[in-house]
Design a binder for this molecule. Structure first.
Ligand SMILES: [Mg+2]
Length: 376
């Protein structure tokens, strides 16, 4: 069964947050990928948290010509060809997103070819996974944040995640001093704790936007708030600085959702830089490379979890391997993906039940994909 067609489409999907009681509109950027075999099977993949059009171009003009004609079930062989085609001098960047989306499509095909859901093909460690909700967006004011946190906790989620450190070191946006941002974050975390009570887990995520002193300061000021984990606290996921921060705080640290290269996780594990690693199947080289990373983490007795959203794809990794844990129900990503998949999986009482449908278990609304093309 050979790869016959590879097609990537850049998407710009309008997202409205009315489902969590907020009147806010924005656009989400996703790249949708289809791979078709010479037997007519079609698999689909996805990537995001980057610009959609250069990723689509990388798939269509760089990866597709290199892999058409290869065995669609030989995921290690295809991954090797893609990596050496797009990143022969150890680049990462957009190439990692492009490779991830194609690799996901191949795993979707593999599941269909063997009539099994992907999570069972890769190990079937559990048939349901816990989900936590990311709803504490930086665009919410303090009152809205507390209101949304209480509303989302009321939907059955046992854990919530909120954005901190924004805009932080993101100097494109002329940020306020980091000390002001930390003071604001401290106040907002306390508001959320008041709103949801003691039994709901609260996690925080700075998206790599803080330096070591600021991240350490925030940790000190919210240590009494029972923070479940601090995700990507340090700029560039600097491994040495993460390890230093980990020695300064009892709050567990996590990182890795946007890393493209497996050795970055090896270095985090060797340095004892994080408590949990977070490879994301739509970004970190697809299922194929995330399995390598999960295996590395297992050998250090470290769990993996999902940061960076895309629960419909990442649930397969978290359910499939023994050291998998939670999936992130990232509201803007879920709302965006719900525009292109028919009847995507839901959650109940903080759990997602894994689908029995072969492959990724997602039905694409191709008319919606074509309607949402980013044609700017
Ligand atoms: Mg994150």
């Amino acid at each position: 069964m050979k790869i016959a067609r590879v097609e990537a489409v850049p998407l710009r999907i309008p997202v409205n947050f009315s489902s969590i009681g907020i009147d806010h509109d924005e656009f989400a950027s996703f790249t949708y990928v289809e791979v078709e075999t010479d037997t007519g099977l079609i698999g689909h993949g996805l990537t995001s948290i980057t610009q959609a059009r250069p990723v689509a171009e990388a798939v269509n003009s760089v990866l597709a010509p290199a892999i058409i004609g290869l065995d669609a079930l030989a995921h290690e062989r295809v991954w090797h060809v893609m990596a050496w085609t797009a990143t022969p001098w150890a680049q990462s960047g957009y190439a990692s997103h492009a490779i991830s989306a194609v690799d996901l499509a191949l795993w979707d095909i593999k599941g269909q070819a063997f009539s099994q859901p992907v999570w069972r093909l890769i190990g079937g460690a559990r048939d349901k996974v816990p989900v936590y909700a990311t709803c504490g967006f930086s665009f919410l004011d303090d009152d809205q944040l507390a209101d949304v946190a209480a509303r989302v906790a009321g939907q059955g989620f046992k854990g919530l995640k909120m954005q901190v450190g924004r805009p932080g070191l993101d100097t494109r946006k002329n940020p306020p001093p980091l000390s002001e941002i930390i003071a604001s974050d401290t106040r907002r975390i306390r508001r959320v704790r008041e709103a949801v009570g003691p039994d709901v887990e609260i996690a925080i995520d700075s998206g790599c936007r803080l330096d070591l002193p600021s991240a350490a300061s925030l940790c000190r000021q919210v240590e009494d708030q029972n923070i479940a984990f601090f995700e990507e606290p340090i700029v560039q996921n600097d491994v040495r600085l993460l390890a230093e921060l980990r020695h300064k705080t009892p709050i567990p640290l996590t990182a890795g959702q946007n890393e493209g290269l497996a050795y970055r996780f090896r270095d985090m594990l060797l340095a004892g830089a994080v408590d949990v690693v977070q490879p994301n199947v739509i970004i970190t080289g697809g299922i194929t490379q995330c399995l390598r990373i999960a295996g590395m983490a297992a050998s250090f007795n470290v769990p993996i979890s999902n940061g960076g959203g895309a629960p419909f794809q990442n649930c397969h990794l978290q359910a499939g391997v023994q050291n998998g844990t939670a999936v992130e129900w990232q509201f803007n990503a879920v709302i965006a993906c719900s525009a292109i998949y028919k009847d995507p999986p839901g959650h109940k009482d903080g759990w997602m039940v894994m689908p029995e449908i072969p492959g990724l278990g997602l039905t694409v609304d191709r008319a919606a994909v074509d309607r949402l093309v980013d044609a700017r």
